[in-house]
Design a protein around this ligand. Structure first.
Ligand SMILES: NC(=O)c1ccc[n+]([C@@H]2O[C@H](COP(=O)([O-])OP(=O)(O)OC[C@H]3O[C@@H](n4cnc5c(N)ncnc54)[C@H](OP(=O)(O)O)[C@@H]3O)[C@@H](O)[C@H]2O)c1
Length: 282
């Protein structure tokens, strides 16, 4: 018998029109010959409950959540992963056996990209610039993957302290907050330095986090969450000081790859997905 019914996945957000994830996931579905679709759907905040009910009604394989739904969606799910429960936010929902399972792949994508570069987190001192959604997810995942110490540096002290407290209370990793002063110095024993802020994101491509770049050491691994442009001023400055650098593109690709696997049960064609994204950002 012919099957004209496609398996559905997608993203709910508002605004959502400029979310590039569909390009990556659709490229992967095609490469694997899967009759799956990824729909980019605008869902207003007050309609999220109905939208999540439709995931069940339409028998969708799952859905991504982006702004402003990542926290509110927790109220409409059956189960949460450990990371999603600590972070308190979900960006990926898997619909399996009639249940909606919440996961957060932001941090997992980062950790996978880091490991792909041959970096381990075990016992490492991580310094995070920023304490927003991406920074929070990455810090929790670093802690769950054995980081020994995390220093959070953020402009907004309340948000920065809250993240350090969360890590101390909910994980085995030691964490502290450092105030972000003008040209903040990076702690000397930092092994992994991460820009978790949006500084440098297109179109503000000449922006960079306001740190003392002379304090970035050649032994540090320096990572950016900003993926557009791929080569940021922050990473260029770090590379000029001899540091190893990891771009935000790897995190984005690995996250999308994880989503693909969670929804299809198949290994993701990571190279195809990365190529699709690079082409999109050209
Ligand atoms: N590569 C990936 O896969 C991936 C995944 C998710 C997000 N991202 C990127 O990560 C970035 C952050 O996203 P988010 O969801 O975490 O945003 P968010 O929740 O709005 O948080 C933004 C953070 O950036 C800080 N910030 C913004 N501009 C800054 C500046 N000029 N100097 C210092 N700090 C600044 C904010 O500090 P205050 O708290 O002091 O305001 C806050 O900590 C975005 O560019 C997003 O595109 C990348």
């Amino acid at each position: 018998m012919k099957n004209y019914r496609a398996e559905l996945t997608g993203v709910f957000g508002d605004p959502v029109d400029d979310n590039p994830t569909g390009v990556v996931e659709e490229a992967a579905f095609q490469a694997k010959g899967l009759n799956y679709r990824y729909l980019t759907i605008r869902v207003l905040p007050e309609d999220l409950e109905t939208a999540m009910a439709s995931v069940r009604v339409f028998g969708m394989k799952g859905i991504n959540l982006t702004m402003p739904h990542k926290i509110k969606v927790l109220g409409f799910l059956d189960e949460l992963s450990e990371a999603a429960s600590i972070i308190g936010a979900v960006n990926t929902v898997i619909h399996r056996d009639g249940k909606l399972y919440g996961e957060n792949t932001d941090g997992k994508g980062f950790v996978t990209a880091l490991k792909k570069e041959g970096m381990s987190l075990e016992g490492k001192h991580v310094t995070m610039l920023g304490a927003g959604g991406a920074a929070r997810a990455i810090c929790v995942e670093c802690a769950l993957n054995g980081a020994g110490q995390i220093t959070v540096i953020n402009r907004n002290a309340e948000r920065g302290k809250e993240l350090a407290t969360l890590l101390n209370e909910r994980t085995n990793c030691r964490a502290e907050y450092l105030a972000w002063e003008k040209e903040t110095k990076i702690p000397e024993d930092t092994e992994i330095l991460i820009n978790g802020t949006s500084a440098g994101f297109s179109p503000n491509v000449n922006d960079r986090p306001d740190i003392d770049y002379a304090s970035v050491g050649e032994k540090m691994c320096v990572c950016d969450v900003v993926f557009h442009p791929v080569e940021t001023v922050f990473l260029r400055e770090a590379a000029e000081r001899g540091a190893k650098t990891v771009t935000g593109l790897g995190m984005l690709v690995q996250q999308a790859a994880l989503n693909f696997t969670l929804w299809t049960g198949m290994e993701a064609p990571v190279d195809v997905m990365e190529e699709a994204l690079r082409k999109e950002f050209e």
